[in-house]
Design a protein around this ligand. Structure first.
Ligand SMILES: C[S@@+](CC[C@H](N)C(=O)[O-])C[C@H]1O[C@@H](n2cnc3c(N)ncnc32)[C@H](O)[C@@H]1O
Length: 218
């Protein structure tokens, strides 16, 4: 959390207001602090090609860190379900594409927006307070849009993996804690997930999956 400048203070008050209205959907009382946002951005591979999808933009602190890390505006697509947050983030970063919608429908949202290759999904969705079925759908949708070696990055305030072992196994994911951020309020850790090598070997190549997906939605 950054209280410093009046603009930050205003954004933090707005964030708290949204949390008071719908604590489960917002999932945190204050936005992510700078160190946490920087730790999330550090998981992006700058050499790989493709877009970065940010799930749950809120007031835009993770977006700001992605830009500060040198990721160009054109490569960032933010998905935010809440109308008020969508407006805040679109006004804060007029050059970034911000789509209002539900992360559980990620494939459709990206398809409609004409977004192709994706190298990373960076999520600050409150996965721990989302029902298991929806959580699985969100992670499955994220993996479906990601390249074979793409990465799903998620922070958590909890002590364990924010994607349950059951969901990770069902989706063929391997996950590891990438970093701890003890100076965030509250302290958090950043996790990263990728397809396991077994899942990569057993699945058809991504292009074939895209073709099937296209066929099904046509
Ligand atoms: C914990 S806040 C994180 C905000 C910001 N990225 C940060 O780190 O400060 C979670 C955000 O996810 C959004 N959200 C929750 N469920 C969502 C969903 N299913 N699809 C898209 N956004 C969602 C909330 O509206 C909120 O802005």
């Amino acid at each position: 959390m950054e209280l410093g400048r009046p603009k930050n203070l205003k954004r933090n008050i707005r964030f708290l207001g949204r949390w008071l209205r719908n604590p489960k959907a917002v999932g945190a009382v204050v936005p992510s602090g700078r160190s946490l946002a920087t730790a999330m951005a550090a998981e992006i591979d700058h050499d790989a090609e493709g877009a970065i999808i940010e799930l749950g933009g809120g007031t835009g602190n993770i977006t700001a860190a992605l830009l500060e890390a040198g990721i160009p505006h054109r490569d960032i697509i933010v998905i935010e379900r809440d109308k008020a947050f969508h407006r805040v983030i679109a006004e804060r970063f007029p050059q970034v594409r911000v789509l209002q919608g539900d992360a559980a429908n990620l494939r459709r949202l990206l398809q409609n927006a004409g977004i192709g290759k994706v190298k990373a999904v960076v999520s600050s969705l409150p996965l721990l307070s989302i029902p298991d079925r929806i959580c699985r759908q969100i992670v499955a949708e994220s993996m479906a849009v990601l390249d074979d070696h793409g990465v799903f990055v998620q922070f958590t305030y909890g002590p364990a993996s924010p994607v349950s072992k059951r969901i990770a196994a069902a989706l063929g994911l391997r996950g590891r804690r990438a970093s701890w951020v003890m100076d965030n309020i509250p302290p958090a850790s950043v996790w990263r997930y990728q397809r396991s090598s077994a899942a990569l070997e057993s699945q058809p190549p991504k292009r074939e999956q895209d073709r099937r997906l296209h066929k099904r939605s046509a």
